[in-house]
Write a protein that binds this ligand. Structure first.
Ligand code: RUB
Length: 325
C-alpha cells in the first residue's frame, strides 16, 4: 500500500470494488470525494508532491472496476490542469472541483429526469433492469408531473439490484411487480417503455450496461416496446472516439454459485476425466445502437447514432488519463 494515500482513498476504493458503493453515478461522486479528502488530509509539502499523491490516489480508485467510465471522467474532471503555486491553492482547487462535480451531477440527473419524463405517458408501464439512479430520475419526474406509472422490475441476477430499484420505485408511489429475469418476454406485451441506465456509452451509440440489458432490448424491440437509456454525459466514454472498446468487468464465480452448489453439481460419476465446472460471470454487456430508441442526457435526448457529436463537443479528441501520470 502507498503510505501517502489517506485512509478515505483506500476505503472508497474497497467499497467500490466490493460493490458497497455501486452504480455509475455513485461510483463517480465517491471517487471525486476521495480525491478531495486526499488533498485536504495530505502532508505533502510542495504542489508537485501533492500532484503525485493525487495521481496515486486516482490510480487506486481507477483500478477498482473497469466498465463505468463515469469513474474515469470524475478523475479527469477533478485533476485536469492542476497548476498552482502552493499546496493550499492546489488543495482548494481540488476541493472546489469535487464539490462542483457533485453539484453538476445532481443537476444533470434532475434535468435528464425531466427530459426522460416527457417520453412517459399517464398510465404507462415501464420495465427496469438493474438499479439506475438516472433511469429512476425519469420515472420520478413523470410521477411528479402527475402521471400514473407502474413498473415491472427485473430481479437482475446474480446481485439482485432489482430489489433496490423496487424499493426506490415504491418510495415514489409506483406500484411494482418484481419478476425473475427470464420472465421478461412474458411481460413485455404489457410494457410501454424499457427504461435502463448506462455504465458507458460508446461513440457509435452502443450502450454498456448491466448484463442482460442487450437481450432485454432485443426482446423489447420484437414486442414493440420503446427502449430508453437514461445516462448523464459523464457516461460518455471518450476513449471510444478513437476506436477503443469498453472493458467488460468479469466478476467472481461465487456470485453465481456457492461452494456447496458447485460440489453438488460436480458430485457425479463421469466416464472420463472432466475439467471443473466452468462458470462465467460478466457484469455488463453491449447493446447495439439499433436496439435503442433514445439516449436521454441532461443535454437533451439523442438517437444513439448521433451521440458521437455530443461526445466530441464535450471531450474533444484528446483525453487526459491522470491515473497514468
Ligand atoms: C449498475 C448498472 C446501472 C448503471 C447506471 O451496475 O449497471 O444500470 O451503473 O446506474 P453495478 P446510475 O450494480 O454492477 O454497479 O444511473 O445510477 O449511474
Amino acid at each position: 500500500a502507498d503510505e501517502r494515500l489517506v485512509e478515505a482513498v483506500g476505503e472508497t476504493a474497497n467499497d467500490i470494488a466490493r460493490m458497497e458503493t455501486r452504480g455509475a453515478v455513485a461510483i463517480a461522486t465517491a471517487a471525486a470525494d476521495a480525491l478531495a479528502t486526499q488533498a485536504i488530509e495530505s502532508e505533502a509539502d510542495s504542489p508537485a508532491g501533492l500532484r503525485d499523491e493525487l495521481a496515486a490516489a486516482a490510480r487506486r480508485l481507477h483500478d477498482t472496476r473497469p466498465t463505468a467510465v463515469s469513474l474515469a471522467n470524475a478523475l479527469r474532471y477533478v485533476l485536469r490542469d492542476l497548476d498552482a503555486d502552493s499546496v493550499a491553492e492546489l488543495e482548494a482547487t481540488v476541493v472546489d472541483r469535487a464539490t462542483t462535480f457533485h453539484t453538476d451531477v445532481e443537476a444533470a440527473q434532475s434535468q435528464l429526469g425531466e427530459i426522460g419524463a416527457n417520453r412517459l405517458q399517464d398510465g404507462d408501464t415501464v420495465m427496469t433492469h438493474c438499479h439506475s439512479t438516472d433511469a429512476l430520475a425519469c420515472v420520478e419526474a413523470a410521477v411528479a408531473d402527475g402521471k400514473e406509472i407502474s413498473a415491472i422490475v427485473k430481479e437482475t441476477r446474480p446481485r439482485n439490484q432489482g430489489h433496490i430499484a423496487a424499493r426506490e420505485l415504491r418510495a415514489m408511489s409506483v406500484p411494482v411487480t418484481l419478476i425473475v429475469d427470464s420472465a421478461a418476454r412474458r411481460h413485455l406485451p404489457d410494457v410501454d417503455h424499457v427504461v435502463v441506465g448506462a455504465d458507458s456509452i460508446a461513440a457509435d451509440g452502443s450502450v454498456i450496461n448491466k448484463v442482460g440489458t442487450s437481450g432485454l432490448a432485443v426482446l423489447a424491440r420484437e414486442q414493440g416496446s420503446q427502449i430508453m437509456v437514461a445516462a448523464a454525459t459523464i457516461k460518455l466514454h471518450p476513449d471510444t472516439l478513437t476506436g477503443s472498446t469498453v472493458e467488460i468487468e468479469q466478476r467472481a464465480e461465487t456470485e453465481v454459485l456457492g461452494p456447496d452448489e458447485r460440489a453438488a453439481i460436480e458430485d457425479v460419476q463421469t466416464p472420463g476425466d472432466m475439467p471443473p465446472l466452468a462458470v462465467d460471470n460478466p457484469a455488463f454487456d453491449v447493446t447495439p445502437p439499433r436496439y435503442v430508441d433514445a439516449i436521454v442526457t441532461e443535454r437533451g435526448q439523442f438517437p444513439p447514432e448521433s451521440i458521437v457529436t455530443l461526445m466530441r463537443e464535450l471531450f474533444g479528441e484528446s483525453v487526459e488519463r491522470p491515473w497514468e501520470s
